[in-house]
Design a protein. Structure first.
Length: 543
């Protein structure tokens, strides 16, 4: 319920009770001023609820004629639980399959609040690209994430966002990513070395990959983002890793914590005697301190060294566009957005390969055929970018993984002013859902086998080369990085990193699920991680 309306009701009730009490004493002869106020509050609330739950949604809402799902849980709950479905985004996919529509499905959330689900490329393009500054991230999500990310690129809106994005963009250009490939490659080789060392200590060949994956992607963002080898693969107790693992580990308690942030003001949640509040405070404080130290260290090193550094922080420092606090916020953003996302994509790639031995075999053959020895290509002056980007099956496997397991499965936007989506009037404040999990798996856009892992859809049958649209008709059928001015700035970085990780890992190990009968489920609040980790049985292969 809108907080603003509650405040209005409070003051209107106050005015009505004062007028009645002082000017119409015969109407309420036996009550006190407080009693009269309570009576008016109750009457006004009742009218407000009838308006909110019945009159507005069924007779006034501009969306009342749009197609809707069935099976509402009544006016208070309505279809609200949809957004908590597991895996995240799966209920939206069901809705897309079941409700015939022309690009927008309307459903009612808690207290019959209007929600839109965008289902077709034209509507998605309108919100993400053509009118992107009419729509912002929802304030609840921003309040929740700002605790961990400060006011970095991910959290800002409007002109401030345009300014920051322009300053940061050069650090993510293709030329710059090409220079970073040797970092991605050598860290992937180091990862496989660390896994081999752990396998030597184990008889059953079983390891939990997600932990390794978080370590290697943290090391990569450390080197590529800060020019500093965090070395978490060598030091499993690294403070940075421990903090992020604590924050991001999917648990039911954290799910409830996140949901409460969507429903109640931050200040109220912070007042609760909840241990998680204390842990969030401690971990975020520690992350900020570490980032502040990174910035100071980097500034001191840049003064001493004349050689130009290629990491993201050096580029931001050279731009002179950010204060020290601003840089800390950007670092918090890059560390969080830049490691957990690719880590999750890599973990899901290994899962899909473990479930599909034929794909795994074909990919390994392509890698071994084109890359004689993994260590050689980081030491020789080889164009790793050119080599990896030219391998069709490697690119197809990565694209298909990113399609089936988008790390951010659900995103949303709030209209900041009265606007429209493909001609449908949308009043300010309306929340629209853009759901990569559902769009990427929608049979209308990807065909009947949309939910199958089929890397071949990313290979042109005529030329045998990788294509960049899959078998879909539109760019907007693939939403893993979204599109437009608020799309993922790290997309090229992430794709390059994933190529290197998958190539070295699949080239080095044969993989199976440790327990082939156990379903691995995605969970998590903002990003999607395997619940309980990713347990694989690995056999090193000759390379
Ligand atoms: C597989 C890996 C990745 C995926 C799937 C991914 C996905 C996304 C998505 C969906 C968004 C938009 C979120 C929204 O607006 O709701 C986003 C934004 C962003 N991502 Fe990524 N990301 C990945 C890797 C990275 C990496 C490696 C970096 C940095 C090194 C990064 C940095 C960012 C930043 C800074 C934004 C905010 C951009 C803006 O608002 O202008 N991401 N990412």
């Amino acid at each position: 319920m809108a907080r603003q309306s509650q405040i209005q009701i409070f003051f209107v009730s106050l005015a009505e009770s004062a007028i009645s009490f002082y000017f119409l004493p015969r109407v309420f002869p036996t009550t006190t001023l407080a009693g009269t106020f309570l009576i008016f509050l109750l009457i006004n609330w009742s009218f407000y609820f009838v308006y909110l739950l019945i009159i507005y949604p069924f007779f006034l809402s501009p969306f009342r004629h749009l197609p809707k799902p069935g099976g509402s849980y009544g006016p208070i709950i309505a279809h609200g639980p949809i957004m908590f479905s597991q895996p995240p985004g799966s209920a939206f996919l069901r809705m897309m399959k079941e409700v015939p529509n022309d690009g927008i499905i309307h459903y009612r959330s808690f207290f019959h609040e209007d929600r839109l689900l965008l289902t077709e490329p034209a509507q998605i393009g309108d919100v993400l690209v053509h009118k992107s500054y009419d729509f912002e991230k929802s304030p609840w999500i921003r309040t929740f994430l700002r605790q961990f990310l400060g006011d970095g690129l991910l959290m800002t809106e409007g002109d401030e966002h345009k300014h920051q994005r322009k300053q940061i963009m050069p650090a993510f250009s293709f030329r710059h990513i090409k220079e970073l490939y040797p970092v991605f490659w050598s860290k992937s080789v180091e990862l496989c070395g660390a896994i081999k060392a752990e396998l030597l200590e184990k008889k059953d060949g079983v390891i939990e990959l997600n932990h390794f994956s978080t370590q290697v992607t943290m090391d990569i963002i450390g080197l590529a983002g800060l020019g500093r080898d965090i070395g978490s693969l060598r030091n499993a107790d690294d403070e940075l890793i421990k903090n992020y693992e604590e924050i991001l580990e999917p648990t039911a308690e954290k799910g409830i914590y996140f949901v409460l942030h969507l429903m109640f003001p931050l200040r109220l949640i912070k007042m609760l005697p909840w241990k998680l509040n204390e842990r969030v405070k401690i971990t975020t404080k520690s992350l900020k301190r570490i980032c502040r130290e990174f910035v100071q260290e980097k500034k001191a090193r840049m003064k001493m060294q004349s050689e130009e550094q290629i990491d993201i922080l050096s580029i931001l420092l050279r731009s002179n566009a950010f204060s020290d606090d601003g840089l800390v916020d950007q670092l918090l953003t890059f560390l969080a957005a830049g490691h957990e996302t690719t880590s999750s994509a890599f973990t899901w790639a290994s899962h899909l390969l473990a479930l599909n031995p034929d794909v795994q075999k074909r990919l390994r053959a392509e890698i071994h055929e084109n890359i004689a020895l993994p260590r050689d290509i980081s030491s020789e002056k080889i164009d790793i970018a050119g080599l990896l980007e030219s391998l069709p099956y490697l690119n197809a496997v990565c694209n298909e993984t990113l399609r089936l397991y988008p790390t951010i499965p659900v995103s949303s936007r709030v209209a900041t002013r009265d606007t429209s989506i493909c001609g449908q009037y949308v009043p300010a404040g309306t929340l629209s859902f853009i759901v990569p999990w559902a769009i990427n798996r929608n049979p209308r856009l990807w065909g009947e086998d949309a939910e199958k892992f089929r890397p071949e859809r990313w290979i042109d049958p005529g030329t045998g080369r990788a294509n960049y649209i899959g078998s879909a008709d539109s760019n907007y059928s693939f939403l893993t990085f979204l599109h437009g001015p608020r799309s993922c700035i790290g997309e090229k970085f992430a794709r390059a990193e994933l190529r290197a990780l998958v190539a070295v890992f699949c080239g080095s190990f044969e993989m199976q699920m440790a327990d082939p009968n156990k379903m691995v489920k995605p969970g998590g609040t903002i990003t999607s991680k395997p619940i309980g980790g990713m347990w694989l049985r690995l056999h090193p292969v000759a390379w």
